[in-house]
Design a protein around this ligand. Structure first.
Ligand code: ATP
Ligand code: MN
Length: 465
């Protein structure tokens, strides 16, 4: 009689005794003339189920096909394991090789598969333990994000990926066009976008925030969670050309409420990971980053330090005077580099930091202006090992001030009329922030390179698959 397959995760939690059916991929095979031990994994957990095959019961040719990477269907009895490391194993009565895997050619043969090497076989790397763990954690975090906002009554707002808005200046944009690039229509010496698909110049979004504000000033509290595109030519371990961003936007929140929400949010996510991804975190901790679990617990048990930009500059200037060497200079008015952010977080405060009150000239036009006339109510949340993980602000709610700032910066008001309408009609104080999903994952998984926390990374000169 056929029985239903059970996933490895479930099998490992069962009591011995049942007849079971398992399916998965061979991770390793070892043994001797009498008995073979096969570690079988199916991606449901980092752990494998051990298959014990008495060689007397199986054709030698069949067992030869059981090589690393091959896919199997195994039927047998779940028995108590005498070996260490697992409570139960399967004593096999039937083994079927679903798909062979040529050991000479399989790219994941080598034991010492470095992350660099795996990036070169990115189409297969998802099969490794490391990427299995990363993918499960990535899923858990996405689920937790929706769950967090849902429990607070936020509305998940879908903002457009194709947009005409380039006003925010958050990053360089990828243009979207159906024009024939070998034969571009020209009018008066310029590209004639009226001939383009949308009848105007369009790009991929660098942020859903401005549209998010339309949602927040309608239904109160929204969040977006979607792909974001920035044509940044910076080949750093923290930047992707296509990444995912979560952008909550809240009516009636001031900067204090905003900071409180951001802190509660990341703590919720970190706790969710510790509670629900323990096996995967332990694996990554042991393999790549011994301090990982401790660092995650550290975030939960601490209150983030709130520091003004001006005070942070003083701290950094003092550090420089005391002999600390930074690659980039720092003085009031400069944007911090990640070396500065990490000094504040890792060396000076020893905990996550929320920086506030930035010089208005290094921040976007929509941030609420402080009384001093020089600073705006922005906030960046800085994390150990990563630097900026969240960027946000209280928004300028005053119509006149917003319009003056747009003019000051030489931006076109005409293209922003739709946005300015939020301030024209029933304006309210409101705030929001953007969390880079992959930056969060860098922190939660302990991986060092952002290319290793997204399944199919897009970076300059790299868009495989
Ligand atoms: P950075 O200074 O690190 O380049 P930013 O200030 O340009 O970031 P924001 O415009 O504030 O970024 O975007 C909000 C969040 O999105 C950032 O805090 C970060 O977590 C994430 N983020 C921004 N750019 C990228 C990118 N190219 N790849 C991955 N995540 C990014
Ligand atoms: Mn930022």
């Amino acid at each position: 009689m056929e029985i239903k397959r059970k996933k490895v995760k479930e099998l490992l939690s069962m009591e011995p005794g049942a007849e079971v059916l398992a399916k998965g991929w061979v991770r390793t095979k070892r043994g001797n003339k009498q008995v073979k031990f096969i570690a079988l994994g199916d991606g449901s957990t980092i752990n494998n189920i051990q298959i014990v095959a008495d060689t007397a019961l199986f054709d030698e040719e069949l067992l030869k096909k059981v090589t690393t990477g091959a896919s199997l269907s195994v039927r047998g009895k779940l028995v108590e394991s005498i070996g260490s490391g697992q409570a139960v194993e399967i004593s096999a009565s039937r083994i079927e090789v679903l798909g062979e895997c040529d050991p000479m050619r399989f790219p994941l043969q080598k034991k010492d598969t470095t992350l660099e090497y795996l990036r070169s076989v990115a189409h297969m790397r998802l099969r490794t333990n490391t990427f299995g763990a990363v993918l499960r954690i990535r899923h858990a975090m996405a689920f937790a994000i929706h769950s967090f906002f849902n429990s607070k009554g936020f509305v998940y707002l879908h903002t457009p990926l194709i947009t005409e808005s380039d006003a925010e200046g958050a990053g360089d944009m990828f243009q979207v066009t159906t024009l024939d690039l070998a034969n571009v229509p020209v009018h008066g010496g310029k590209v004639d976008f009226s001939k383009d698909f949308f009848g105007k110049k369009t790009s991929l979004t660098v942020s859903g925030q401005l549209e998010g504000e339309l949602g927040a000033t309608a239904v109160g509290e929204i969040y977006t969670f979607g792909p974001t595109f920035r044509a940044e030519n910076s080949n750093t371990p923290r930047h992707l050309a296509e990444f995912w961003m979560i952008e909550p936007e809240m009516a009636f929140y001031d900067i204090e409420d905003n900071m409180e929400l951001a802190e509660e949010f990341v703590k919720f996510l970190v706790k969710y990971a510790l509670d629900n991804c323990a096996d995967d975190l332990k694996f990554l901790n042991d393999k790549y980053d011994e301090g990982l679990v401790e660092r995650l617990q550290g975030v939960l048990s601490t209150t983030f330090e709130r520091v003004t930009y001006t005070r942070a500059v003083e701290i950094l200037e003092k550090a420089v005077a005391d002999g600390v060497k930074f690659e980039y200079p720092v003085h009031w008015g400069t944007d911090f580099q990640s070396e500065h952010e990490r000094y504040l977080v890792e060396k000076y405060f020893g905990k996550p930091v929320i920086l506030i009150d930035f010089p208005k000239d290094i921040k976007a036009f929509y941030m609420k202006q402080n009384e001093d006339g020089r600073t705006v109510r922005g906030m960046d949340v800085l994390f150990p090992k990563i630097g900026e993980i969240i960027g946000g602000s209280e928004r300028e709610a005053d119509l006149g001030k917003l319009e003056r700032r747009i003019d000051e910066l030489g931006m076109s008001r005409k293209n922003l009329e739709w946005y300015i309408d939020t301030r024209r009609y029933g304006t309210v104080p409101h705030s929001g922030f953007g969390l880079g999903f992959e930056r969060l994952l860098l922190f939660v998984t302990g991986m060092a390179n952002i290319r290793d926390v997204i399944p199919f990374p897009r970076t300059p000169k790299n868009a495989e698959f």
